[in-house]
Write a new protein. Structure first.
Length: 229
């Protein structure tokens, strides 16, 4: 069963020679779309550890290996064909520093390095081989802090703070920059947008959203012939 208020992720994996056990699955010029439900909470307001994937061939949800920590309000990111569950809160309403990594070829979760601070409703993005945990909230305090995780070093590194604290923001990478949209601070829903340049470790304020939004999902639709500055 899939609950609407669970964390859902649509992510894309392009596979050419993907090992699953003793089998080699070859997908040439094909794109594989999977929808995952990771944790969340149910109608009894209890945090979940269950993970499901939607099979588009059978039109059914299938159970996968559970996460180690029950969690809701976490962020999800995909880096190097691994799925990461970042932060959130547990059944005791504790804000989680923990991060788990899912390997779809093994159907297994692994705990990776913890963040420096527990983050509920963090924005999560991927840029140039790093996984970013952006803002979120810890208790009643919204966070402007940002951390980046490198799978090769297995270390979270604190980078420059955003200009505004926010939770529930949308995050997307475009042309070597990381954009953060909307979210909320302690008093209101935000319309501001910020852009992070990893080369200078700086955030710049760019054009705001047209409306104040929690922007947890962001997508890019860019024609091939579109030119950017």
């Amino acid at each position: 069963m899939c609950f609407i208020n669970s964390n859902l992720l649509m992510y894309l994996i392009y596979l050419q020679n993907h090992l699953v056990g003793d089998q080699v699955l070859k997908f040439r010029h094909k794109k594989i779309y999977n929808t995952f439900k990771v944790g969340g909470h149910n109608n009894s307001d209890s945090e979940l550890d269950s993970v499901e994937v939607f099979d588009y061939n059978t039109q059914e949800w299938c159970l996968l290996s559970s996460v180690f920590n029950r969690r809701s309000g976490h962020g999800i990111g995909v880096l190097n064909n691994f799925l990461y569950a970042v932060g959130g809160r547990d059944s005791s309403s504790r804000h989680l520093k923990t991060v788990e990594c899912y390997d779809p070829s093994l159907d297994s979760w692994t705990s990776v390095a913890k963040m420096s601070v527990g983050r509920e409703s963090p924005g999560v993005g991927v840029l140039e081989g790093l996984l970013y945990a952006v803002g979120g909230h810890h208790g009643f305090k919204r966070l402007s802090s940002v951390e980046a995780y490198g799978p090769s070093t297995e270390v979270w590194t604190t980078i420059a703070d955003m200009n505004f604290p926010r939770s529930g923001a949308g995050v997307v990478a475009v042309d070597g920059l990381l954009y953060v949209f909307g979210g909320a601070d302690e008093s209101h829903i935000d319309d501001s947008t910020e852009c992070y340049n990893p080369k200078t470790n700086t955030w710049n304020i760019v054009a705001p959203l047209r409306i104040h939004e929690h922007a947890r999902v962001v997508a890019i639709n860019r024609p091939r012939n579109l030119k950017t500055c």
